[in-house]
Design a protein around this ligand. Structure first.
Ligand code: PMV
Length: 323
């Protein structure tokens, strides 16, 4: 038996940081994420390969379960794979290859995409029907177990795909839109610490409540306007709003020299809008490129790891390609 599954990563289009202070945000699932291939074996062995991190391990099933111990100190992307495997019992062994086609620890939701894609592949292997709601819930439980806390955004994006508006009550609403969203993601290869960055923004808010409060209010207006721009297919406005959001993120101290370099490089060569995505302090930028995408890609990729992507409307999918 051979199975293939895919789950998308995500980028935050608008509203990072202000969302922590109950302002709306917009997240997009991207058609770049994690591909999983599972092949059944006739023995009781289980092999796990993650080429991106040169990970390769072989185990043996004991009473239909895989026995493993995770290092509680060092959290690894492979922890998510083992936790998913632990949800199931197996009659035979299998070879599992997890091909992560995006950056780790860069705010793109790689752990959620790994979790969700593995869950899809392993449920198909076991002939267990798991609907998207169950996948999203179980994937989030695993994120909470490993990370201690997790918002439902990453696991929802990986499962359902599309573009999601996170409102002031932190409810996730799908945005219906009918426009292409050609994006470039560029990674400065330094990683920011999300917890520390969120805390530094909170301290600024405490110190300058009027000023930072009004910056959050402006970010709120940006997310609201962006929702309408997406619904109405207004690409000019969408780009403007990204640039406005970037300026405000800079003002609260989460931008960096490298992120700025990528942002301005993409604008110089024709991006309609560009901004950091996620917590900042490092990580990635996104550039919205309805025109000039190849030129912008060339310029960015000559200096930074870069990929092109679009929204993923479908979310997780998988199929048995050979019985
Ligand atoms: O880097 P990411 O994708 O985990 O995004 C962090 C977004 C913040 O708003 C900074 C924090 C949060 O929990 O929403």
């Amino acid at each position: 038996m051979k199975i293939k599954a895919f789950a998308p990563g995500k980028v935050i289009l608008f509203g990072e940081h202000s969302v922590v202070h109950n302002k709306p945000a917009i997240a997009v699932a991207i058609n770049r994420g994690v591909d999983v291939e599972l092949t059944s074996r006739s023995d009781n062995n289980v092999t796990i390969e993650v080429p991106l991190i040169n990970y390769s391990k072989e185990h043996e099933l004991v009473n239909k379960k895989l026995v493993f111990e995770l290092d509680s100190q060092n959290k690894m992307i492979t922890d998510y794979i083992y936790e998913v495997i632990n949800l199931f019992e197996f009659d035979t062994g299998f070879d599992l290859t997890i091909d992560i086609k995006m950056y780790l620890g860069a705010g793109l939701g790689s752990s959620a995409a790994v979790t969700v894609s593995c869950m899809k592949a392993l449920s198909l292997f076991n002939h267990i029907e798991m609907d998207k709601k169950e996948i999203a819930t179980k994937a989030r439980d695993i994120e909470i177990k490993i990370q201690g806390a997790a918002s439902p955004i990453d696991t929802s994006m990986s499962t359902y795909g599309g573009i999601i508006y996170i409102n002031e009550e932190f409810e996730l609403q799908r945005i219906n839109f009918d426009m292409d969203l050609p994006l470039i993601v560029s990674n400065c290869e330094l990683s920011g610490n999300t917890g520390q960055l969120v805390e530094s923004v909170r301290q600024k808010y405490v110190k300058y409540p009027e000023i930072v409060g009004n910056i959050f209010n402006a970010m709120q207006e940006i997310s609201k306007n962006a929702k309408h721009a997406l619904e109405n297919g207004n690409s000019e406005e969408l780009g403007d709003l990204m640039n406005l959001n970037q300026g405000l993120l800079d003002s609260i101290g989460v931008n960096t020299v490298e992120l700025s370099d990528m942002v301005y490089l993409s604008r110089k060569f024709g991006a309609k809008g560009s901004k950091l995505t996620g917590s900042g302090g490092g990580g990635c930028i996104i550039a919205y490129c309805p025109e000039n995408i190849n030129r912008i890609y060339e310029e960015l990729s000559s200096k930074y790891p870069t990929f092109k992507c679009e929204q993923s409307d479908e979310g997780v999918y998988g199929q048995i390609i050979q019985e």
